[in-house]
Design a binder for this molecule. Structure first.
Ligand SMILES: [Zn+2]
Ligand SMILES: [Zn+2]
Length: 405
């Protein structure tokens, strides 16, 4: 599809991205080294929002009740495009999801687009959003709740990957915190006086493992133990940890969550323990906007990148960009920063997020996202078709009609 967007704008974006490339790379490396986890990204947020501010954006920090969130605005009238930054690291694994690269690509895209439009006297609003805690906590959920994305014509964000694709798939996901409480006793002298909280967890773990074989192909359930006891000669009186339940659509996830709770309650009952089970945030499934994806394919080729052929829903995770995709036309393409098979949440991927290849991908992502933004702002047809595609998508996927019994 051609557009009415003048090629000079895309060239201006290319030059503007190149002009701030060193600054973006330095910032990405600094965020990588800080490796601050969700809602604790104080320094990362400060550095990143500072760079954006220096490029003429008006920055509000601590938005939607989150000290490490920010919103940076450029322009006051006209079509509205937002770029979303993530900058949280993984607990125990540093920037093994490459969010340092997401932070600077979205910042670079916003800066390059705003500069290119201003120089061509185009009225538009460009917003760069700093969204904390993607890896648990869901900083975009309060931002969506407060309507930040409601008037956006497009919301754009890339994710590093081991493959390049204009469309990424992501499962709906619920985050659980569980605690079993029993009673301590001497494990040799008085085992019959104890109530074993580790047994309760083993019961629940096995219950989930048996249940898994009955789940749909796209469903996932997995978790870990934070506390599993204190000494081998004490009956464990407290165990606690976290789990995630995931599925392709919110409808099926809801039926899974009912069963998940029942499995943990049954384990408590079987062992005589008390259970505290907190259902924390749920991320919605990701709805990729087909019109924005079409623009992404074009611009990926335009910056010399070839898309990998991927099967829909193959090797997916989850993201709170899913929630954003229910608020506005959204696209979350992925760019390879490592060879196929070196996926996120590994030590090798953390290294890739600091590599030359990773930084090159980040800069190209900034350019591609900015080009898509320019198309949305300057071409009313693209903008209206993207809005129509957004409005006609189903609110929740409900294709699954099986029984929950
Ligand atoms: Zn991740
Ligand atoms: Zn990630």
């Amino acid at each position: 599809m051609t557009t009415t967007v003048p090629v000079e704008i895309h060239e201006a974006i290319h030059h503007a991205t190149a002009a701030c490339a060193d600054e973006l790379v330095t910032t990405s490396r600094a965020i990588h080294a800080l490796a601050e986890i969700g809602f604790e990204e104080f320094e990362s947020s400060r550095i990143l929002s500072g760079v954006i501010e220096e490029h003429g954006f008006r920055v509000d920090r601590g938005v939607s009740g989150m000290p490490t969130a920010f919103v940076a605005r450029h322009g006051t009238t006209g079509p509205h495009v937002a770029f979303v930054c993530e900058y949280d690291a993984l607990r125990g694994l540093g920037h093994a999801c490459g969010h340092n690269l997401i932070a600077t690509s979205s910042a670079g895209a916003g800066i390059a687009l705003a500069q290119s439009l201003s120089r061509n006297n185009v009225d538009a609003r460009v917003t760069i959003v700093g969204a904390p805690a993607e890896e648990g906590g869901g900083g975009k959920i309060p931002l969506c709740r407060d309507g930040l994305f409601d008037d956006c014509d497009a919301v754009l964000i890339f994710h590093p990957s081991d493959r390049t694709a204009s469309v990424q798939y992501a499962l709906a996901c619920t985050h659980w915190e569980w605690t079993f409480r029993g009673k301590a006793a001497h494990a040799a002298g008085n085992p019959d006086h104890g109530i074993n909280a580790l047994d309760a967890f083993v019961h629940a773990y096995n219950g989930v493992s048996l249940w898994r074989q009955q789940l749909r192909d796209d469903a996932r359930v997995h978790g870990f133990v934070i506390e599993g006891g204190t000494a081998p000669n004490i009956i464990p009186e407290l165990t606690r940890g976290e789990y995630l339940t995931r599925a392709r659509d919110g409808e099926y996830l809801r039926t899974m969550n009912v069963r998940f709770r029942a499995i943990f309650e049954a384990a408590a009952q079987a062992t005589g323990c008390d259970l505290q089970l907190e259902e924390r945030e749920t991320y919605l499934d990701l709805r990729s906007n087909a019109v924005l994806a079409e623009r992404a394919s074009l611009h990926l080729a335009g910056v010399g990148l070839q898309e990998d052929q991927i099967l829909p829903w193959e090797r997916t995770g989850s993201t709170d960009v899913g929630d954003v995709s229910y608020a506005a036309p959204t696209l979350h393409p992925e760019f390879a920063i490592a060879d196929l098979g070196i996926g996120p949440h590994t030590h090798a991927f953390r290294e890739a997020a600091l590599s030359q290849r990773g930084e090159d991908a980040m800069l190209r992502a900034a350019e591609v996202l900015a080009r898509i933004g320019a198309d949305v702002i300057l071409d009313a047809d693209v903008r209206h078709r993207a809005r129509d595609a957004f409005l006609t998508q189903p609110q929740h996927r409900t294709e699954w009609t099986g029984s929950t019994d």
